[in-house]
Design a protein around this ligand. Structure first.
Ligand code: FAD
Ligand code: DLZ
Ligand code: SF4
Length: 518
């Protein structure tokens, strides 16, 4: 009896469901570096290096633990270049009695996997990914029949299910479910967060970096200074440092932005979590223990737990519930091409330039940079959601479509018409000025509303509200915005619209070929 167990690049978990109950004698683990996965969008070079290096380290650990691993390298002769092609070849090599695999994270891979049974001479067993608290089926049960899939109610259900931060009487710790309002301290003074541990590339990573430079040298981003954790041991060190040094202020400064400070009090753990090197529920329990021991305040711990059993679980369920339509959703009919500066970083808008620099150098930007700078600009300027989603999928080392697409299309761009967010996350320069130190050194002023020197977010905000009035006006959460607009003089309104048109006309579209092979 032989069972072939393919393990995908973001399934690097020793307790992955496909290995549970298997014996080492009967199992062949298959791991495959394939061109299709590196090029279906032209991922940031650091993301490809991260995935390949983590895969190679994980395979070595499995072998050390006695598992038989058939590892296909990108440059191996005969590499078919796709998951399906490589599984077909592996079945020819090993003649297994069955193939046993965990469901993938992405829709397009699931569609391919669903065809394996027809293409292979043996049965294929596709198992649920039990690394999530909420299964795809459970989310569908929760969501079906609801008009709005409000994250807060899902989150409360997950708090009850896991017991995280719950008192014995069934009430939330501290009396409130959500301390979001205590997660918005502006960055004033004391912004000297201790740097995270950095992991110098070992021989395996160096070999992978050379491979990526050679094969994917035209992809976006830099590999200089690559220092992401690539093993579980390294990821745990990174987590230990976060809990010891940064969890305490994580809550206060969750929404703060500081020029040149790419980490602040964020955990920087998403790359490791999404690869499967760290268990998010375990991280939540560690945060809870820190609160119970009096080592971290509730606004930090609840904020941290909310990101996982709230947002992360929620967007994953939302993705599977709303696909495949979500990939083409465009409720606001946004058609403008992506501006070139998203790739080049060449813009005088200091906030955008800094977020794009961090993205290019680290394959990372923190949440509020992604949402309120990069996403907000695309929303206000009416950029085509497909182009924006491609960009986000390319540029971040933690990007997989199941987590990227709901965040981009639904949260940042309102392309789902408000299934996820109760109102668009649209903001003028005021918000960015309040939550960052960007504006001080900018060529534009957040206090100038229109004309020369005006922060482009200001007129674009009103242009967005004005042109989308038919879609947004009925939303009671933004009624006041239209009341303010209507109180302005006709000339003032026209000034805003004219200034916005000047900004929009100045946006040079990106050349083709950055995100997908031309
Ligand atoms: P922290 O701030 O330390 O947060 C802790 C953890 O919470 C993260 O590691 C992550 O696992 C989880 N988390 C936080 N917010 C979210 C969220 N909105 N959705 C899902 N998980 C969340 N996250 C990705 O993992 N991959 C993506 O491709 C991705 N794309 C995004 C695109 C946009 C437009 C936005 C607004 C957010 C996106 N996020 C994505 C969520 C979030 O920005 C990143 O998870 C976070 O910046 C990762 O850095 P960190 O580990 O330091 O996070
Ligand atoms: C992101 C990625 C890349 C770049 N390369 C590979 C690969 O060669 N082999 C592999 O198994 N996985 C890779 N991945 C991760 C996959 O894209 C991911 O497993 C699927 O998208 C499902 O989420
Ligand atoms: Fe960004 Fe406007 Fe501030 Fe410049 S003034 S940094 S463009 S928000």
């Amino acid at each position: 009896m032989t069972v072939l167990v393919p393990i995908l690049g973001d399934q690097l978990t020793r307790t992955i469901a496909s290995l549970k109950g298997m014996t080492k004698d009967d199992t062949v683990v298959l791991m495959m570096e394939v061109r299709d996965e590196a090029t279906y969008v032209k991922h940031h070079k650091a993301k490809i290096a991260l995935v390949f290096s983590a895969m190679r380290h994980f395979a070595a650990e499995l072998e050390e633990a006695g598992w038989r691993v058939d590892y296909v390298r990108l440059d191996d002769p005969g590499n078919a270049g796709s998951f399906t092609g490589e599984v077909v070849r592996a079945v020819e090599r090993h003649s297994p009695d069955r193939v046993r695999v965990v469901e993938p994270g992405e829709w397009r891979v699931r569609a391919a996997m669903d065809e394996w049974a027809d293409k292979l001479p043996c049965p294929v067993e596709i198992l649920p990914d039990d690394r999530f608290v909420c299964s795809i089926a459970e989310f569908a049960d929760w969501a079906d029949g609801r008009d709005h899939l409000t994250m807060e109610y899902f989150y409360r259900a997950m708090r009850r299910k896991t017991g995280l931060l719950m008192n014995a009487d069934g009430k939330p710790a501290g009396g409130e479910w959500n301390y979001d309002k205590a997660n918005r301290k502006p960055p004033k003074g004391e912004m000297d967060a201790p740097d995270r541990p950095r992991f110098a590339p070992d021989a395996i990573t160096r070999e992978v970096i050379a491979l990526v430079e050679d094969r994917f040298g035209d992809h976006f981003g830099s590999l200089d200074g690559f220092d992401w954790p690539v093993t579980r041991a390294e990821a745990e060190k990174a987590a230990d440092a976060f809990f010891a040094e940064r969890l305490g202020k994580f809550g206060d400064y969750q929404d703060a932005m500081v020029h040149g400070a790419d980490q602040l009090w964020h955990s920087m753990l998403s790359t490791s979590i999404n690869l499967g090197l760290l268990d998010p529920l375990d991280l939540c329990r560690r945060a809870e223990a820190a609160y119970e021991a009096g080592d971290a305040p509730l606004n930090s711990v609840e904020g941290f737990v909310r990101q996982f059993i709230g947002w992360r679980e929620y967007v994953r369920g939302f993705y599977w519930h709303e696909m495949p339509g979500l990939a083409d959703a465009n409720a606001l009919d946004a058609q403008r091409p992506l501006p070139a500066f998203y790739w080049t970083g060449e813009t005088e808008m200091r906030c955008l330039a800094d977020c794009i620099r961090s993205t290019r150098d680290n394959a990372h930007a923190h949440h509020i940079q992604r949402l309120m700078v990069l996403g907000n600009f695309a929303l206000l300027a009416g950029i085509d959601p497909r182009a924006v989603a491609d960009w986000f999928l390319v540029v971040y080392a933690d990007a997989y479509e199941w987590v990227e697409l709901p965040n981009v299309a639904a949260m940042a761009l309102y392309a789902d018409g408000g299934r996820l967010a109760t109102k668009p996350y649209a903001a003028s320069g005021n918000y960015i000025n309040k939550m960052s130190d960007y504006c001080g050194g900018c060529a534009y002023s957040p206090d100038t509303k229109t004309g020369d020197g005006a922060c482009p977010f200001n007129p674009l905000y009103w242009h967005f509200m004005h042109r989308n009035r038919p879609a947004l006006e009925k939303n009671h959460r933004i009624g006041r915005v239209y009341a303010t607009w209507d109180r302005m003089s006709e000339d003032r309104r026209q000034d805003y619209l004219d200034s916005a048109e000047v900004v929009l006309d100045s946006l040079e579209p990106a050349a083709a070929g950055w995100a997908r092979e031309a």
